[in-house]
Design a protein around this ligand. Structure first.
Ligand code: MG
Ligand code: MG
Length: 613
């Protein structure tokens, strides 16, 4: 299917939009009339720009309030249409998209609509043009694709076809069965859009909250399955009205759009290497300068990590405990160094265990993710990687071949034994980002890897609300928490300001025995975030835990949550610059302690303000 996007989906001038659409490798574009009206040039200029960029023009849209008008307005509607036909001929576009009438003047009646469509189809055909009819979810008389199809069917004209728009169909939860019976040559255009589930009127929902397939909650795959029964092979076009997209970078939004279409098609046809199951976090790499590295490594030692390896040729150290590998990179050149210059002490890369690293990298490339390469010294592995959040890297490792032996191949074992503090694995990785970026990274992770998003939550921070979006593997082998806020005063926003961009703000490590772990940390002089007494009074009232248990939690600043019979224990370390560690113990618990997040955020805000004073 030909991939296309409507110019209304992007920010910028028409020229900028077209450049971005071509750069994102779309085949075609829908020209939104407003973009043409505000364009500083003629439709013929747009035509030649599109030709130069290799973009077909799928349609000119929208043409409103056409069908079913009483006599006077009806004549005017036909005259308006003729003027659009003039523009289309200059544009070199043969399809006019008509939305169902919303005018209070319109009269309704399928036969009346069909007669109008027939007559306009006749006029269009004389010029070698076509028209396509869409049922808006809020159309006055026609708001269901089954009715728009019936009008098109009765119009019975080869120049009159149907537009199917997933938003209008799925927002109303219209049954998809009837799509299967529509002949494919009667469908002139398919527009795809997703949206989050919201309780609001169709018009506002559609005009502000649409997003790319896979970013929302609508059953796009069910729609595509019904469509595939028809054999439809015409344009598949994104028509996304979204306030964030229209404020964002046209280039990156366009790439996200094309990625979403490739992912959608892959879910139907499996034409890409499959989404990899994630087996866990192979390593987390920190970019630090020498001074910061000293303090950071002292903290790691206090947390029970042992220095397990020194890189054979680089200033890179491996710290290990249980299945956790933390890599401290102090190089003075290369990627980590540049990252450190821009972001300060920060996580510069995540290594993920996948079933097949090469296939995952290939899938990433086909999804238009950004591959990363840097020169590899003799004896080093070329680990496949793509760009992730904030320009950091995501490496892919698997159990086959040399990638499985990365520590042996690249590192000298320093083997100093330590019985550790009982930390076992990376539990979750929290990344802070701009609010506008969140949908983009949701799509990045879920299109590439076998991960699911759970419904987002609002978490109150003393400085404003933070939206928290979890993306996780079904078995919990990888858990990501994406945080963003529209307030500048929240901790997640301050992180962005102070760390100069998006990135990993905290890393949660798992223990099977929280009491043993905190005892060891305290013994080693590691300071935990202090939790106010009120929290424990409230906890006692809320949970009915035994006073001795409460006292124990309170003595070690442990936060507690419970869902049914499952339990969750959490402690936070004092931050290291902008970054901090969390330690958690899960007893069959599936969440992230959302109920405790405001307490933790307030405690961190208090600590930050005392440190500032
Ligand atoms: Mg539409
Ligand atoms: Mg956490």
């Amino acid at each position: 299917m030909k991939t296309s996007i409507a110019t209304v989906s992007l920010s910028g001038t028409l020229g900028e939009k077209l450049e971005a659409i071509a750069a994102a490798k779309f085949d075609a574009v829908e020209i939104f009339e407003n973009d043409l009206v505000t364009f500083n040039g003629t439709p013929a200029d747009v035509r030649s720009t599109c030709q130069d960029l290799g973009l077909d023009i799928v349609t000119l849209q929208p043409f409103r309030d056409f069908e079913g008008m009483p006599d006077g307005p009806r004549a005017r509607a036909f005259a308006r249409a003729e003027r659009k036909f003039d523009v289309m001929q200059e544009l070199g576009c043969d399809l006019l998209m008509i939305c169902s009438n919303v005018s209070p003047e319109s009269l309704g009646g399928i036969d009346r609509a069909a007669a109008d469509l027939h007559e306009l189809g006749e006029r269009a055909a004389k010029r070698g043009l076509r028209i396509a009819f869409e049922a808006l979810a809020w159309g006055r008389h026609i708001n269901d694709y089954r009715d728009s199809w019936e009008a098109v069917r009765r119009a019975d004209h080869p120049a009159v076809g149907l537009v199917l728009d997933t938003f209008h169909i799925l927002a109303r939860k219209t049954d998809l069965g009837a799509i299967r019976a529509i002949p494919k040559d009667r469908i002139f255009l398919v527009q795809v859009a997703d949206a989050p589930m919201l309780q609001m009127d169709y018009l506002s929902w559609s005009r502000h909250y649409r997003n790319f397939p896979g970013q929302g909650d609508l059953p796009l795959v069910d729609f595509m399955q019904a469509l595939s029964v028809t054999g439809y092979d015409g344009p598949l076009s994104l028509e996304i009205f979204n306030d964030q997209f229209r404020a964002g970078s046209a280039r990156s939004v366009a790439v996200d759009g094309h990625r979403s279409l490739r992912f959608l098609q892959d879910q139907l046809e499996s034409n890409l290497p499959p989404r990899s199951t994630v087996g866990g976090t192979a390593f987390v790499e920190f970019a630090l300068d020498d001074t910061a590295a000293q303090g950071f490594e002292r903290m790691l030692a206090g947390m029970g990590f042992r220095r397990a390896g020194l890189h054979k040729s680089k200033a890179v150290t491996r710290w290990q405990q249980g299945d956790i590998n933390l890599v401290v990179n102090r190089e003075k050149e290369g990627f980590a160094h540049s990252f450190n210059i821009v972001h300060g002490s920060a996580v510069c890369a995540l290594g993920l265990k996948v079933n097949d690293a090469a296939a995952t990298f290939e899938r990433a490339t086909l999804l238009l993710d950004q591959p990363f390469h840097q020169p590899v010294a003799p004896g080093e592995l070329d680990i496949p990687a793509v760009r992730g959040v904030g320009g950091s890297l995501v490496y892919f490792l698997d159990d086959a071949g040399p990638l499985a032996r990365v520590w042996e191949i690249e590192f000298d074992d320093t083997g100093a034994p330590d019985d550790g503090a009982g930390l076992t694995r990376v539990d979750h990785i929290a990344q802070s980002m701009q609010y506008e970026e969140m949908l983009s990274w949701v799509l990045f992770y879920t299109s590439l890897l076998d991960l699911k998003k759970v419904p987002p939550q609002d978490v109150p921070d003393p400085g404003g609300l933070v939206v928290s979006q979890v993306i996780e593997a079904a078995d919990g082998a990888l858990r990501l928490v994406l945080n963003a806020s529209q307030s500048h005063r929240t901790q997640s926003s301050r992180f962005l300001a102070e760390a100069f961009g998006s990135g990993v703000q905290h890393l949660a490590l798992a223990t099977d025995d929280m009491m043993r772990t905190v005892a060891r940390l305290e013994q080693n002089g590691v300071k935990l975030l202090e939790i106010p007494e009120n929290y424990y009074d409230d906890l006692e009232a809320k949970t009915g835990l035994q006073p001795e248990r409460i006292a124990e939690l309170k003595a070690h600043n442990i936060l507690y949550d419970r869902e049914g019979e499952t339990e969750y224990l959490q402690v936070y370390l004092r931050p290291f610059e902008q970054f901090f560690f969390e330690i958690v113990q899960r007893r069959d618990y599936r969440g992230y302690g959302a109920a405790n997040a405001p307490v933790r955020l307030a405690a961190q805000a208090r600590l930050a303000s005392t440190q500032r004073d």
